[in-house]
Design a protein around this ligand. Structure first.
Ligand SMILES: [Zn+2]
Length: 228
């Protein structure tokens, strides 16, 4: 864990708790990027306080994470969106990427980058009604997020569309952050994981699943035929 270098795309509700766990576990290097500023409505579910409001999320999250670590984690914040980092060619060298953004265009951009760069990635998302969320684990050569969610290419190309004002959703965020933290452990060390797609429903109104989704032959992204 101390040798691992992770990059979180997003520094909001999902990443707050996952990053907290990684720093407490003693991850060696953690890079965080986010172009958004902290809003007052974020405070009920994200690792920010009143003094962070109006300031960049990545910078403030990295600052707040300092109090969580005691194993010498190196923290770096980029007050930029992932697409801006790539365009500026300042992506740092990392071992894995963790994606906690709130729009399909950014998820698609990161998925394409990881497929081309052959980087493992963990994607995390929650539903707008805060009842369910999923964790997807990408490993180079295996199914990508578009194999699981074929609509992602179409939705992602429709442009950036952040989710509307979400309610206080700390419960679902903590739930998926736990599965995602486990998934990261399974990528870095010998912890068993038989799934690459896991969805959980807080209400029980849907069926939780732990699927091993195979690569789809028609998937444009991981077949290499995808030209953005
Ligand atoms: Zn694919």
């Amino acid at each position: 864990m101390s040798a691992a270098r992770a990059f979180t795309i997003g520094a909001g509700g999902i990443i707050s708790w996952l990053a907290c766990g990684l720093v407490r576990k003693g991850i060696g290097t953690l890079h965080v990027c986010d172009g958004d500023a902290v809003e007052l409505s974020n405070l009920s579910r994200q690792l920010f306080g009143a003094r962070d409001v109006g300031k960049n999320k990545a910078v403030r999250l990295a600052r707040n994470l300092r109090a969580q670590g005691f194993c010498g984690t190196r923290l770096t914040a980029y007050p930029l969106r992932f697409e801006e980092l790539v365009a500026l060619e300042i992506m740092p060298a990392v071992d894995l990427v963790v994606v906690g953004v709130d729009d399909h265009a950014a998820r698609l951009a990161v998925m394409r980058w990881c497929a081309a760069a052959r980087k493992p990635a963990v994607f995390i998302a929650v539903s707008p009604d805060a009842d369910n969320g999923y964790v997807f684990v990408y490993k180079p050569g295996a199914a990508c997020l578009c194999c699981v969610l074929p609509d992602l290419v179409r939705l992602g190309e429709e442009g950036r569309r952040p989710c509307p004002g979400a309610p206080a959703t700390l419960d679902v965020l903590l739930s998926v952050a736990g599965f995602a933290t486990y998934a990261i452990d399974s990528l870095l060390m010998e912890r068993p994981r038989s799934w690459n797609f896991r969805r959980v429903f807080l209400s029980g109104d849907g069926e939780d699943c732990a699927w091993a989704v195979p690569q789809q032959p028609a998937c444009p992204v991981c077949s290499g035929e995808d030209v953005p």
